[in-house]
Design a protein. Structure first.
Length: 518
């Protein structure tokens, strides 16, 4: 008879063996539940755990926390009370409500418990591999595939936890949950662990030939080389995004932009997308994010394209008095020939259905149409998750911050600026500050509506979040309550870990697209 330490992973209903991470330990005698070592003995069981982990991870792309993070960053805008959008977008910013009874507590709970649910299965599977559960296959490539993908999943799961939360538990397959109690590690230590896992994934993938089953990442049977490139791409993304302040971002929070660039250069050469299946695989940004009733494109995202002065006027207007305006721009992604013509990526939808009492600063005439096909087909089609353009802008930022080749910087930015926006090419003799403006704008447009929290994570490091926006999130109050620890939070104007005040002029200048010096 085994005494099990059982943890209930809230929201998933999974009873996990050996008391996974962060919940109260319950001594339960359960002779009918085998321990993990005896339960996972077949290669098929290991591959099932590892192969199903990406779908669990994909939960961050669906509903919570994607809408809340997008509105907090003013990537898109919505004053509807659903999914924490109104709360995270209301100005002046308030601190995050970390009460276990808060209606939208799932902003923090969903990624916390969903990702730890994925991590638990991965850890059990990798531990079984280490015990030799796959040795009988006499198939080293299949074992390497499972181990590489397991490490990749540990990396991207812990990476997101480090991006979003101030602290988390860092536990891998070697941690003895039966006899040890994990402790919180700060976000930087968690990110260090995530990058280490991804580096292992890249190394294993680079040294072994294999192909992933199409079911592991829906309809994306990556080769070993493609998985290695994707691992390097996530490392570059995480190193670039983990900073909470402009000072930290200046040197990629100690990782160094040279190292970021080295990983980015080994990254993907085409967009990484996941295929929607209308049932399990779908994403928020192509569903509510392109629905004219649910959301609109924030002027903080598309406004810098304006050449009429209306955006500058809007920024200088007190938020309570702001009204939507038409954008005049040559950027064909934003509009056609006229301000009311649809662009390739953003469409003119007219007045929104938002309640003006909640603030007309939420209003915008424009919405995102680039991924409208996902809504129109009932959640089918390719779902972007890491765009080549995003990686190109990471390379450009690394070169800008290290005073690198201006020829290369201009070339990288012009790929989409000219190729998709039909704007005039940037010259190769501009100030680095100008290239930074163009890079920020280009990344915000090209990577819009893709990775959950992308705009939020970038903007906090660039220093362009609205004052008082939380710079990260606390451990969910539900978890703290079970741990008998005090509930804490962040954000609110003048609060802990809150974005500092940014002058309107700084926002005007930070992302101008005309290529002129300040």
């Amino acid at each position: 008879m085994n005494t099990l330490r059982v943890t209930l992973i809230y929201g998933l209903g999974l009873l996990l063996i050996f008391g996974l991470i962060g919940c109260v330990d319950l001594d339960v005698e359960n002779p009918n539940q085998p321990d993990a070592e005896r339960a996972i003995t077949r290669a098929e069981d290991i591959e099932s755990l590892i192969g199903g982990s990406f779908l669990s991870y994909w939960g961050i792309q669906k509903t919570y926390p994607a809408p809340a993070l997008s509105v907090a960053a003013w990537e898109y805008t919505s004053s509807w009370g659903n999914f924490g959008m109104q709360d995270m977008g209301t100005m002046p910013r308030q601190s995050y409500n970390n009460s276990p009874s808060y209606t939208d507590r799932f902003i923090a709970q969903n990624p916390w418990y969903g990702l730890y649910g994925a991590i638990s299965g991965i850890n059990d599977a990798l531990a079984a591999i280490d015990r030799g559960a796959m040795d009988g296959l006499n198939n080293p490539a299949r074992v390497a595939r499972a181990r590489a993908f397991g490490k990749f999943m540990q990396g991207i799961s812990y990476g997101f936890l480090a991006l979003m939360f101030d602290q988390a538990f860092l536990v891998d397959e070697n941690f003895d949950l039966a006899n040890e109690t994990p402790e919180f590690a700060d976000y930087k230590a968690v990110m260090d662990g995530a990058i280490g896992f991804l580096e292992e994934a890249a190394q294993i993938s680079g040294n072994n030939a294999f192909q992933l089953p199409a079911s592991w990442i829906n309809e994306r049977p990556l080769t070993n080389q493609e998985l290695a490139a994707l691992s390097h791409s996530f490392i570059a993304r995480f190193m670039a995004m983990v900073s909470r302040t402009t000072e930290q971002r200046a040197n990629a929070h100690g990782y160094g932009w040279d190292r970021v660039l080295a990983h980015a250069e080994q990254g993907i050469t085409e967009d990484f997308t996941v295929e929607g299946d209308t049932e399990f695989w779908w994403f928020e940004y192509g569903w509510r994010g392109v629905h004219p009733v649910w959301t609109r494109a924030s002027y903080y995202t598309i406004g810098p394209a304006d050449q009429s002065g209306a955006y500058q006027t809007w920024l200088n207007t007190p938020p309570a008095d702001r009204q939507p305006f038409l954008i005049v721009t040559d950027d064909k992604r934003i509009t056609g020939d006229e301000p009311t013509d649809d662009g390739t990526d953003f469409w003119h939808w007219g007045n929104p259905a938002f309640n003006p009492v909640r603030g007309t600063y939420f209003f915008s005439f424009y919405g995102n149409g680039r991924y409208y096909y996902h809504l129109a087909t009932g959640a089918a089609g390719p779902m972007p998750h890491l765009m080549k353009a995003e990686l190109d802008m990471i390379k450009a930022e690394a070169l800008i911050r290290t005073n690198g080749s201006k020829d290369r910087i201009a070339e990288l930015i012009n790929i989409t600026r000219v190729g998709r926006g039909e704007l005039e090419a940037l010259a190769n003799n501009l100030d680095y500050s100008v290239y930074m403006q163009q890079m920020m704008y280009e990344k915000n447009i090209e990577a819009a509506w893709t990775y959950c929290g992308r705009a939020y994570f970038d903007r906090r490091g660039w220093g362009t979040l609205v004052s008082g926006t939380p710079l990260h999130f606390p451990v969910p109050g539900f978890e703290l309550e079970i741990l008998l620890q005090p509930i804490y939070t962040f954000g609110g104007v003048g609060g802990d870990a809150a974005a500092p005040k940014v002058q309107a002029q700084s926002l005007q200048e930070s992302m101008r697209i005309d290529g002129s010096p300040r």
